[in-house]
Design a protein around this ligand. Structure first.
Ligand code: AHR
Length: 508
């Protein structure tokens, strides 16, 4: 067995974890909305057609903010199509995912669903094929109390009170040629600036998220952010970036070390923010909104090589024909190994709590998601449900800076400690929540925790992600193969982390 030591000191804080850290995302894509959130006629649907079994799980996950309606979808979306009597809503081709959008579910439905489960909506406006006036009108529709055309239309459509949507995204991944209406950095900057002005004129209290760089292979990576932030600094509150981790033949050691890749990615965004701030003597801060992150193994996408991604204009799905309605696409099946890696990414979010304010697990239901539903049937917790559940429920408080003394493992990201921890101090409960990954595939690691300045503490609970093998997935037939398992505790400051495991410990 290997040995490691993790030390924290009460004077060395990373920062407070914002309540918005474990947010999520749901897009008009595949069965995320239709037969995910919304399935009228389902035995468990309420009067609005919302599935109560799904709402219960979203509540259990304590998701604070949910981003909607896309993703790539938003760049072809006209929000007017999704309001008013359902039988009069138009059917449209959605170019992003080559499906037919029925528009049975729209902005009112989403905001009302969010209201029911106590979630704050984050709405993305279309800055691809859409225009800036429509963005302002949407803010008016959602947030203006009444007495104007759009606010009165919302009232007529059944919602007297404004939704008061706080978070708004100025488009989605506008840097990429796969985006409908893709723009250069200069053109995006002009359009986003004008949209932001109008949106804020309608409601000055809103928070705006600007599209930053997400794809390191693009020649505009970071240069886009520099140009855009220089002009938009005063108008926006957050810089968006996306990051997906893929098990693409790099070997298990490197896959397990993916948290480091996410860490580098976040730090790049933080660096460009700092650079623009310093260069222009700006005073206020801009924080990162990592509004898409997850493990995504492209199980359902036809890809000849990773280079295809750079010039891809439409994703080709292997499980659906073109122009189906809500097909079962991108329904990733997550293994225990994927969940372990996903948990590692969550650790990195906590360790970047000083720069990341919002992070959205992409996505929430059916599409690259922790929750899978059956049309007309039940719900399933995918393996990644469990680390997300623990992070969201216990990853709130003060993130402390962990100093690790441990054997190293050689990875494509350099030599890394065999264990990767995040340590959260929960002041209200006066206890520590430690999330810790053991990347050693063969050996357990015994870790000793030294919590300097907090008196005498002991491990009182040890929970590990567990299942019969690293490849095991949960299925409707066998839903509980991968889950959380309690391990015995030592009654000391030590804990034994099983080989290749993701753990959550409570020290009191
Ligand atoms: O989450 C799936 C897709 O991934 C989103 O639509 C897009 O923003 C990203 O490329």
């Amino acid at each position: 067995m290997k040995n490691a030591k993790v030390t924290v000191n009460r004077l060395f804080e990373i920062g407070e974890v914002k309540d918005t850290m474990f947010s999520s995302f749901t897009e008009h894509l595949g069965r995320s909305i239709y037969s995910g959130i919304y399935e009228p006629g389902h035995p468990d649907a309420d009067e609005g057609g919302f599935r109560k079994d799904v709402m219960d799980l979203v509540k259990e996950l304590k998701v604070p903010v949910i981003r909607y309606p896309g993703g790539n979808f938003v760049s072809c979306y006209d929000w007017h199509d999704g309001i008013g009597p359902k039988d009069q809503r138009p059917r449209r081709l959605d170019y992003a995912w080559s499906t037919i959008e029925t528009n049975e579910f729209g902005i009112d439905d989403f905001c009302q669903w969010a209201e029911k489960i106590g979630v704050e909506p984050m709405i993305a406006v279309n800055l691809g094929t859409g225009n800036i006036k429509d963005a302002g009108d949407l803010v008016e529709y959602c947030n203006f109390p009444g007495g104007t055309y759009w606010s009165d239309l919302r009232i007529k459509n059944g919602h007297k009170e404004p939704y008061n949507v706080k978070y708004w995204c100025l488009g989605n991944e506008m840097e990429g040629s796969w985006q409908a209406g893709h723009l250069s950095a200069e053109d995006y900057t002009k359009k986003a600036l004008e949209a932001a002005k109008i949106m804020r004129w309608v409601d000055p209290s809103i928070k705006l998220v600007a599209c930053g760089s997400s794809y390191e292979m693009l020649p505009t990576y970071m240069e886009w952010d520099r140009k855009m932030l220089t002009e938009l600094w005063d108008q926006v509150d957050y810089l968006s970036t996306h990051n997906y981790t893929m098990n693409a033949g790099q070997g298990t050691t490197n896959y397990l070390a993916a948290y480091k890749q996410l860490d580098d990615h976040i730090k790049n965004s933080a660096r460009v923010i700092e650079y623009v701030k310093a260069k222009n003597h700006f005073k206020k801060d801009i924080k990162i909104c990592l509004d898409e992150w997850n493990v995504w193994n492209f199980q359902d996408i036809k890809l000849d090589s990773l280079d295809d991604l750079a010039g891809l204009t439409t994703f080709e799905m292997t499980s659906a024909e073109k122009w189906e309605i809500a097909p079962s696409i991108l329904q990733e099946k997550y293994s225990l190994l994927d969940a372990t890696v996903c948990g590692g990414l969550g650790i990195t979010l906590l360790n970047n709590a000083d720069v990341v304010d919002i992070a959205c697990l992409a996505q929430l239901i059916n599409v690259i998601a922790p929750i899978t539903t059956k049309r007309g049937g039940g719900v399933l917790k995918q393996a990644i449900y469990y680390p997300f559940y623990l992070l969201s429920n216990y990853g709130r408080g003060t993130a402390l800076k962990p100093v690790v003394d441990a054997p190293k493992v050689a990875t494509e990201f350099g030599d890394l400690n065999v264990v990767e921890p995040a340590v959260i101090y929960d002041k209200d409960k006066d206890e520590f929540h430690v999330f810790i990954l053991n990347t050693d595939q063969e050996e357990a690691v015994k870790v000793d925790f030294e919590l300097q300045g907090y008196g005498d503490r002991k491990v009182v609970s040890h929970c590990v992600l567990a299942g019969p093998s690293a490849e095991t997935i949960n299925t409707f037939e066998k839903p509980d193969e991968v889950g959380m398992k309690e391990l015995p505790v030592s009654g000391s400051t030590e804990a034994e982390l099983p080989a290749m495991s993701w753990n959550m410990l409570i020290l009191k």
